[in-house]
Design a protein around this ligand. Structure first.
Ligand code: 8YV
Length: 322
């Protein structure tokens, strides 16, 4: 019997994918940073038994309808808004993601981005590197305090809770908004539920960690930014499309808010000419929420483990449920 064929859409560590090589023919797109072109992905998917995909791969009806051998898709991310889950399920394809193992790394990055934006850390480091440090003034590169301020977390899932724990370590007052209040989390962490509007009005730091769904698309529009304090800082580590980027630009240039830290954008990758990047009070990162060696390797191993399990007729560890 022919071996299963697995296509991996970006260069990953073969060591982390080792179990797959034992049971399947594994082909990997050779580039780490250049995405596999759409036509190549469509072609490979036609015969693949398994796909190991990234967020930038659009796994839609066009692709899935022609992938008659496909049994499993393992997405190297906790989010899966790049995959038509409903359609995949209707074809009997198992879809897996990588939850939990990236929670702490993503929370670390979120808090780091918050600190960098509030205290202008990246700007200050560039100031020294650009040889601009010629003298010293009492308000040179002054930013905003983080400790003892109010943070409002939109999306109190696992990453939201991990960010809340870090915020509590900085003596912050923690508000959160979620589809439903979570009493257990409130009791465990001492955080407080707020309506979306209340959270926007009261928070010094508004942190977006909600998944992208039809309900959360464009959630942060001009009206939302207008509600925030003029000294508020907005942080987005979820998905770019949760924000109306033109409205965010307008809010920043009209001083509706004081700054923002963004790890995600509507169309990634962005270039240095992106209007938001041109602003002094914006810290922009290239979607690196979970990008530590330890976590990305663990994510690769989990993807491999999930594909392996499905191909052996077993239940994968982390299947996306509808
Ligand atoms: C991914 C992410 O690792 O997990 C997610 O949903 O956004 C990141 O952690 C990255 O986008 C690679 O697919």
């Amino acid at each position: 019997m022919a071996k299963p064929y697995i296509f991996v859409t970006r260069k990953c560590s073969t060591q982390q994918l080792q179990p797959l090589y034992e049971i399947a023919d594994v082909e990997m797109w050779p580039e780490e940073e250049v995405p596999c072109p759409r036509d190549v992905l469509l072609e490979k998917a036609k015969t693949a038994t398994g796909l190991l995909t990234m967020l930038s791969d659009k796994i839609d009806e066009e692709l899935l309808s022609k992938s008659d051998n496909l049994q499993v898709i393992a997405n190297l991310a906790v989010g899966y808004d790049n995959i038509d889950i409903q359609y995949a399920k209707s074809k009997g394809i198992t879809v897996c993601n990588t939850p939990d193992i990236l929670t702490d790394s993503t929370a670390d990055l979120t808090f780091g981005l918050l600190l960098a934006t509030a205290r202008r850390i990246t700007e200050a480091a560039e100031y020294v590197k650009d040889n601009q440090w010629k003298s010293w003034g009492p308000l040179l590169l002054a930013g905003y305090d983080v400790h003892h301020k109010t943070i409002g977390i939109v999306g109190m899932g696992k990453i939201g809770q991990a960010v809340a724990k870090r915020a509590l370590g900085f003596d912050m007052n923690v508000l959160y908004h979620n589809r439903n209040p979570n009493e257990k989390v409130e009791q465990q962490l001492g955080v407080q539920y707020a309506t979306f509007e209340e959270l926007l009005t009261k928070s010094d730091y508004v942190v977006c960690l909600t998944p992208l769904t039809p309900q959360t698309r464009n959630l942060f529009d001009f009206e939302a930014f207008e509600r925030m304090k003029n000294t508020a800082i907005f942080i987005n580590v979820s998905r770019g499309a949760v924000v109306k980027e033109d409205d965010l630009y307008k809010a920043l240039t009209q001083n509706e808010i004081a700054g923002c830290g963004l790890d995600v954008f509507v169309n990634e990758p962005i270039s240095a000419t992106h209007p938001l990047v041109s602003l002094r009070n914006v810290v922009a990162l290239p979607h690196i929420g979970s990008a530590s060696y330890e976590t990305r390797h663990a994510m690769m191993r989990l993807c491999a483990e999930n594909i392996y399990a499905v191909l052996q007729g077993k239940k994968p560890r982390t299947e996306v449920k509808l």
